[in-house]
Design a protein around this ligand. Structure first.
Ligand SMILES: [Zn+2]
Length: 556
């Protein structure tokens, strides 16, 4: 506490010293904190404690962020459903899911009577940069708050240019917002794509990069450790590893399946679960920044957003204690080193602002947690469903009464919840039956979440921040820590520390380097960047991280 006070006080003193000799008008005109380019980076599934545990393995870009940037060590998501679409939307809008409406990656659309994905848009169609792709059109139409990217375009004159890249549509689209100058994500079938929501056809600068750099060039690559084996923590192979799609359970990992002569589905899967995909994304982003001339801002602030997806794909299969996730980060450290060197060249050192965070963390693989003596395990979705079904059938007659469980949201058949409201005894029995399933902590009803009376109940408060009445389930099923509705490997998606606690690093234009221990949230990223760019977010719930802003130092 004393240290924090000192930090806060020294910030005030230095600000006063620097500004006291200057006329107010010149202060306003000379805000040299304003970046030419915002560089918004997310590392999918990166836990905050990966920095604490693995930073000695890094010497390039990640190291640079930690040593030259503002390092917020107490950044947490304030809500429960910590999954990709939710996290990226919260980073991008500075709001929580009860406002931006992206409550999960998928939910039940009561109006349409079907399960939808957060980025589904029937009015949009997919544009492929390669082979023809048959897929649902995607956009941010279901994201009910403007993204930072939207405001950079709308509020500046000339409008800011914004581009976004990731392997995943839900990461690209949410970071890019409702319109953008160039978005691209990777369809699992093996093609870069975008959507008619963003451009009428392929964006020439993106198409040009993809033509010059076919993913298939990586076909013969083998992913092996970048450092000597002794530099890695924990056991190998990882305990409970679930290598998917024919990946080997430990190093080395050849991208091509033995005997396969040309790029096939297995290659595209393996490539996405390798550090080569992160390298590709960074190179593509830098190249498009260059060719779309985002570095020459002309008085405005432009934005490039990249979400690095491979850590998530590898983390689900190999877990947070694996050599694989350590190696993804060692490679990402190098990739970001090159990326920042490229931005220094294009934009100029200190002329751009980087923000790096994650959309969620991850739980340890339950089998490993159990081996360490922790109360951990797996809960079968069918076990939860049949516990509820049994009670409902007894009270109301033959079912099925449960429509489905999507993640931890349980949706009843149309009208069934309303029926339960009139039968408090049956409702209590349903909840007791679900709570009796091993690994389940408790349930919350939609009425409880709507009434929002959670003084002294931190989980209730977390759930409310993720509750959107038209989209959320009739029950939220809350598991105990280290338990998951996942049949193999591991996952994320709870309000527990291993899922909510993520890195938050800022670096470059306008940022005062240092270690910051005050509580922060990824919802603070957009308000901080908006402040630096001189624009206003309509409904941000996060705060500008003012303690990490450098004082204004020069006149222009
Ligand atoms: Zn994710």
């Amino acid at each position: 506490m004393r240290r924090l006070f000192f930090l806060a006080l020294s910030g005030v003193v230095s600000f006063m010293v620097v500004t006291s000799g200057q006329a107010p008008a010149s202060r306003i005109a000379a805000d040299d904190r304003t970046p030419k380019l915002i560089v918004l980076l997310t590392v999918d599934q990166m836990r905050a404690d990966y920095i604490d545990k693995f930073h000695q393995q890094w010497s390039h870009g990640l190291r640079r962020l930690v040593t030259e940037g503002a390092w917020f060590r107490q950044a947490d998501y304030p809500y429960f459903n910590t999954v990709t679409c939710v996290g990226h939307s919260s980073i991008s809008t500075g709001t929580v899911p009860s406002v931006h409406g992206m409550i999960l990656n998928q939910w039940w659309d009561r109006g349409a009577g079907k399960q939808i994905t957060c980025t589904d848009d029937d009015r949009a169609t997919i544009i492929s940069y390669g082979k023809p792709v048959k897929a649902q059109g995607e956009s941010a139409v279901r994201m009910l708050a403007p993204a930072l990217a939207d405001e950079l375009r709308a509020q500046q004159s000339p409008a800011g240019k914004t581009i976004a890249f990731s392997l995943k549509a839900r990461s690209t689209v949410t970071l890019g917002g409702h319109r953008s100058d160039a978005l691209a994500w990777f369809d699992d079938s093996g093609a870069w794509v975008t959507s008619t929501a963003y451009s009428k056809g392929p964006v020439p600068e993106v198409a040009d990069f993809i033509t010059r750099n076919p993913v298939e060039k990586d076909f013969d690559k083998v992913w092996d450790r970048a450092l000597p084996k002794s530099a890695y923590l924990y056991e190998d192979p990882a305990i409970g590893v679930h290598a998917a799609n024919g990946m080997t359970p430990s190093f080395p990992h050849a991208l091509a399946t033995a005997g396969s002569r040309e790029p096939d589905q297995a290659f595209y899967d393996h490539w996405q679960s390798s550090p080569f995909a992160d390298e590709y994304l960074a190179k593509m982003a830098l190249d498009v920044v260059d060719h779309m001339k985002l570095a020459t801002a002309g008085g405005r602030t432009n934005m490039v957003a990249v979400s690095f997806s491979s850590l998530d794909k590898v983390g689900h299969d190999y877990g947070p204690n694996s050599h694989e996730i350590q190696d993804i980060l060692i490679r990402l450290d190098r990739t970001l080193g090159d990326f920042f060197a490229g931005l220094d060249r294009l934009v100029g050192p200190g002329r751009y602002t980087v923000a790096l965070t994650a959309d969620h963390g991850v739980a340890p693989i339950p089998e490993r947690a159990q081996a360490q003596g922790l109360d951990a395990g797996r809960v079968g979705t069918a076990t939860v469903t049949s516990a509820a079904e049994h009670v409902l059938a007894k009270a109301f007659g033959p079912g099925p009464w449960v429509n489905r469980i999507i993640f931890t949201e349980l949706y009843l058949r149309q009208g069934a919840y309303e029926k339960l409201r009139g039968e408090p005894g049956v409702l209590a029995e349903v909840r007791a039956a679900i709570a009796a399933v091993p690994g389940v902590l408790t349930t919350y009803t939609r009425d409880e979440l709507a009434s929002n009376q959670f003084l002294g109940d931190p989980i209730g408060r977390q759930l409310v921040r993720g509750y959107y009445p038209e989209r959320s389930g009739d029950f939220a099923v809350v598991l105990k820590p280290y338990w998951m509705l996942q049949v193999d490997g591991t996952t994320h998606g709870t309000g527990y520390g291993y899922d909510t606690h993520v890195p938050l690093l800022l670096m470059g234009s306008g940022i005062a380097k240092g270690e910051y221990l005050a509580p922060a949230s990824p919802t603070d990223v957009a308000p901080t960047l908006a402040f630096l760019a001189g624009i206003t977010l309509a409904r941000a719930q996060g705060r500008a991280l003012t303690e990490a802003l450098a004082p204004i130092t020069s006149k222009k």
